[in-house]
Every structure is written in structure tokens, then in C-alpha cells.
Design a protein around this ligand. Sequence first.
Ligand code: APR
Ligand code: PHB
Length: 390
Amino acid sequence: MDTQVGIIGGGPSGLLLSQLLHLRGIQTVVLERRSRDYVLGRIRAGVLEQGFQALMRRAEVAQRMDRDGQVHGGVNIAYQEDRLRIDLEGLTGGKTVMVYGQTEVTRDLYAARDALGGIVIHEAEDVTPHDLESDQPYLTFTKDGVAERLDCDFVIGCDGYHGVSRQVIPAEVLKTFERVYPFGWLGVLSQTPPVNEELIYARHDTGFALCSLRGPELSRYYVQCRADENPDDWSDADFWQRLKSTIPAEVAARLVTGPAIEKSVAPLRSFVAEPMRWGRLFLAGDAAHIVPPTGAKGLNLAASDIHYLSEALIAWYGEGDERGLETYSARALKRIWKAERFSWWMTQLLHKFPENEGFGDRIQRAEFDYLMSSRAAQTVLAENYVGLPY
Ligand code: APR
Ligand code: PHB
């Protein structure tokens, strides 16, 4: 089998790239380790920057997003009983974010790939890249017990944090940077009306909580927990009680609770791998970087990688112009590190750090008080939350 661009991973990064390239006449094959149902069963964040929305429109997959996505012009931060609304729209000259679940984004991308006859091979096992330093790299994999080979011009690693592609970069070339936080998020999806029409990020003596939503009757909530916590150890009642004691009382009073449809624990980590290119291999999305979910930058950051990379590949195939490919890693990393900084900062501001008792807690409180009193500080938050330019 051969193609022009071989893509490892059929998450949002891989699917978006294959769609954008296909529309410009560039052939792709996506190799995904899991089944489609498994990929669509993963529940992740749901806040889309305008840059991401624009990319979805350019990829001709924005119809449902534009119909069902909710535009949010503000976001709320609570500290104990104090509440601050960040006027995203007013502070950024009219920019907003859209609330639309990543699962729905992935579903729309699959539908678009199907409609164009895009090739996505699911349950591709043992995907292995070869000859990445040559002009003729190839991938081997096993499908239904049969060994297969895919020849291509480029290999794109969109295979997430646990994928193979980053691991084939020699240790003397690859540099990684990591911070693991001493807590996780316990998330619950429930068929209940959201407690607030805009998101509320809350910090309390009990830790962190987030009130988010997926639709008028579908809510997504999180509370801070231990990173190694088993979600089954939390009954629904335990979860709701913790949430209520972490958000301001007047919000808790309005909370409608119900059975959890889904309950899961996500550890929090910051991670960056440099460089994002090795020979004919290019990394994009979670394969190269992870942000803690505070700030909802994960998917949006994957999208800016895909923007730079798709433009670079289109210029290479169209005009033989190599500059975009040469500069991809450096350009993408510039934006990635800014989003890493913001996500780290939001995490730092809003969580209870076990080692922080005393001085650290007072500094956090002072940071929040400063945010309450300073339009400049709010503007910094707003500008980052709606997304820095590509
Ligand atoms: N071979 C083939 N596919 C693989 C392999 C492998 N060895 N390893 C992983 N994959 C697949 C996974 O099954 C997954 O479907 O790669 C895909 C990677 O998808 P994501 O983890 O969703 O990563 P990405 O597409 O970069 O999307 C970034 O997802 O994790 C969130 O916060 C993140 O929202 C961001 C977005
Ligand atoms: C979510 O809705 O799942 C969500 C929203 C904002 C975040 C993280 C997760 O920062």
C-alpha cells in the first residue's frame, strides 16, 4: 500500500490533518490502534478557541459545531465565596470561545472523512515507522493478523502521549520537559441542567472544582482528587457533596444533581517534547505536548500544530517549498510554550497544593485578589483563554 502522508493516530489531530490535506488533493492514510467506538467513547474538554473553529470551517466540518456549539463571552472564577466574571469579549475586542465537546468534534471529523472516502484503518496493531531519515519512509503494521506495509513521503505522529512516534526519535535528539502535579481531576457527566450558563472555575479550602457543560440538559463537573484515585471509590453522593462544598454557596444552592453517566479520573501533567521533527517524521498534538486541563488548551494546541503542519505540507506538495517544514517545529513550539505557561499558571492559581500550606496559600489568595482588582490582569487571562494568535 502507498500514500503521500502516513498518519499515525485517528484522534482529532490525525483526522483534522487528513481532512485538510485531502481537500487540497494530498493523499493520506490514517492508522489508528483502537476501534472507532473506543475513540468516540473518550470524554474530554469542550472549549474551542476561535482559531480552532476557523480550522474546522476550513476543513468543511463545522456545520454541526456552528449549529449546536454555544458561544461564551465570559468565564467565571470563584475563590471561596468571592466570584469574578472575566468578560472575555469586552477585554479582547470581541473574541469569544465556543463550548462544543471534543467527542462531537471527533464524530464530525469521522463523518467528514467517510463522506470524502478518506482511508482510516482502525485496529492497526504494532504500527512501526521505518527509514525516517531517508526520502522514502514507510510504516509497518498488523491488521486482522496480516502484516502490512505503507510507503509514504512523510510520517506524521498524531498518536497521543502514549504513542510510538515520539519514542522512535533517538534519545540524543529528543529533549523532554515535564511537570507532574500532585493531584488529578475526578470528572462526572450527568444528564442535568448546568448550574450556570458560563463555566465556573472554583478554588476553595476543599480544593478545585469546575462547572462545565455540554448542552441544556447535559453537565460536566470536576473536583480535585488524588492522581491515583479510583473513580469507583467515589459514590455519586460523595461527588456532589464535594462539588457543593467547593463552589460558592449561592451556586451550590442552584445545583441540580443526578446519576453520573460517566465518572473518570485524569492526572494532571505538563509535558513538552522537542524538537517536533526528526527527518521525515513530524509530531503533532498530544504526541508532542500535554497541558493540564485547567484552561482547556489541549485540543486547541493540537489544532495550531495541525494548522502549521498542513500549510507546510500543502506548500511542499504545491510549490516544492520546504520552508514551512523546516520551521514547523520552532514555530509550533513558540505557541506551545505560551499555552504551557498559561495552563501551568491557571493550575497553580486554582488548586490546593499539598506542600503549599501557609505561605503558598496566601500567595494564591493574593493572586486572586489582584485579578479581582486589576483590569490589566484580567486582560492577560482573557487574551490567553480565548487563544493566542497562530
Ligand atoms: N498506533 C496507532 N494509533 C495510536 C497508537 C499507535 N501506536 N498510539 C496511540 N494511538 C492513537 C490513540 O488510540 C488515539 O486515538 O492515537 C490517537 C491519539 O489521539 P489523542 O490522544 O486524542 O491525541 P490528539 O489527536 O493529538 O488530540 C489532542 O486530545 O488528549 C486530548 O487534550 C488533548 O484535547 C487534546 C486532544
Ligand atoms: C470540560 O468541559 O470538560 C472542560 C472545560 C474547561 C476546562 C476543562 C474541561 O478547562
